[in-house]
Write a protein that binds this ligand. Structure first.
Ligand SMILES: [Zn+2]
Length: 400
């Protein structure tokens, strides 16, 4: 039966060196049994976990597969300062990448899967320059890897919605073309009209009954104000559990009392947050968000593109980066980062996966390492990646 698999010799999280190895039997894409020395049922394929650490598969909850140049010759960063400079640099160069958006997105999504992620939410730029070409490229990459990962695509107005007339209509077309979520970008800071911007975003969400994922870089009171506006819309349209704020730098740039208020607001409206382990900004208050019950995921953001030379398709690397940026040393803190990158992301995407016990969907990754924290520090190639109970990558290489 499809989705049947016996994984030999793994140490499920929490897995120190003293935890004995067990086998994991998957049936129909679901974890059916965990135990030592399980017999192999007739006809069920067997995969060797090599004594590695067993984790829920990684979830990249914030990627930009449409802009990636991973696998192409390295190109020095050429943008001038600020968001407008980045937008302009991308527009000037993306058509000359040498490979199509479909080819580049397909390659990078494959790398991401081989490194252990079986769920990805990718933004795809929709603007007057590229029309739906980037969205179609990401949709094609998703189709190419349909048997290996679940992919959600966000119609993302990277250049704002109101600055260039016709963008709102293109976003509408993107939803008809198969985008799963409506995106937004700094409604106040970039488009300078938060009400007008959010009218379009939530209008499309209501029209197509889809979720929302807004990039909100705006910091301090300006960002906090927009967080409140978004929560008001969530309440008015009964969209609890279907809205994500990406980056959400407001949380780390207001005082402690205001931060608590904002986190409570997110929890009350079940608005999720994604972070990308930002290098140049204060890290988000990870513990406070989790204590409040806010769904919190991790993403790669751009993956070696015209926006940034960082990113390599590896969510375990990004997990290391999150731990490093927060100055974490203790196992419990590093493991919290792993939890954000796995279970946390699954909750943000409201997708399968995130668990390791009987009855959980078999979305799994096996990583060599003495313990979970050791695996994050070593970041060895993944022994196995399992999606819907099938091995989709082995020793860092995609399965056919
Ligand atoms: Zn982004």
């Amino acid at each position: 039966m499809t989705g049947d698999l016996l994984i030999r010799s793994v140490r499920p999280w929490p897995s120190g060196p003293d935890v004995p190895e067990v086998d994991v039997l998957c049936r129909g894409g679901v974890i059916a049994e965990v135990g030592a020395g399980l017999p192999a049922p007739d006809g069920v394929p067997v995969a060797d976990g090599g004594g590695g650490v067993l984790l829920p598969a990684f979830v990249d909850s914030h990627a930009h597969l449409d802009s990636t140049r991973l696998g192409l010759p390295f190109r020095p960063h050429s943008a001038s300062a600020g968001l407008a400079g980045l937008v302009e640099n991308d527009r000037r160069n993306w058509r000359d990448a040498g490979l199509s958006v479909t080819e580049r997105a397909t390659h990078t999504l494959g790398s991401t899967i081989a490194a252990g992620a079986t769920m990805v939410r990718s933004h795809a730029q929709v603007d007057l320059d590229s029309g739906l070409e980037r969205l179609e490229g990401v949709l094609a990459a998703r189709a190419e890897h349909a048997a290996r990962a679940h992919v959600q695509v966000v119609a993302f107005p990277q250049v704002g919605i109101l600055r260039e007339k016709g963008t709102a209509e293109l976003l509408d077309a993107a939803m008809r073309a198969g985008a799963d979520l409506v995106g937004g970008l700094d409604p106040a800071g970039y488009d300078r009209d938060p009400v007008g911007h959010l009218d379009v975003v939530f209008g499309l969400a209501e029209k197509y009954q889809r979720g929302v994922d807004v990039h909100l870089h705006d910091a301090g009171s300006l960002g906090a104000f927009q967080l409140e506006l978004i929560c008001e819309r969530v309440a008015a349209l009964d969209m609890r559990g279907r809205v994500t704020i990406s980056h959400c730098f407001a949380l780390s740039t207001v005082d402690a009392e205001r931060q608590r208020e904002l986190i409570d607001l997110l929890a009350e409206h079940d608005v999720a947050v994604t972070t990308v382990a930002p290098g140049a900004r204060e890290p988000l208050p990870l513990r406070e968000l989790r204590w409040a019950g806010v769904r919190l995921g991790l993403g790669q953001d751009g993956i070696r593109d015209y926006w940034s030379p960082y990113g390599n398709g590896d969510m375990l690397d990004r997990t290391w980066q999150l731990a490093y940026r927060n100055g974490f040393r203790k196992d419990a803190d590093v493991e919290m980062c792993v939890d954000i990158a796995t279970r946390g992301g699954a909750a943000v995407l409201d997708g399968p996966g995130g668990g390791l016990v009987e009855g959980d969907p078999a979305e799994l990754v096996v990583v060599p390492g003495d313990s979970v924290t050791a695996a994050v520090m070593d970041r060895a190639p993944r022994t196995l990646v399992v999606h819907e109970g099938r091995v989709v990558a082995e020793r860092g290489v995609l399965a056919e």
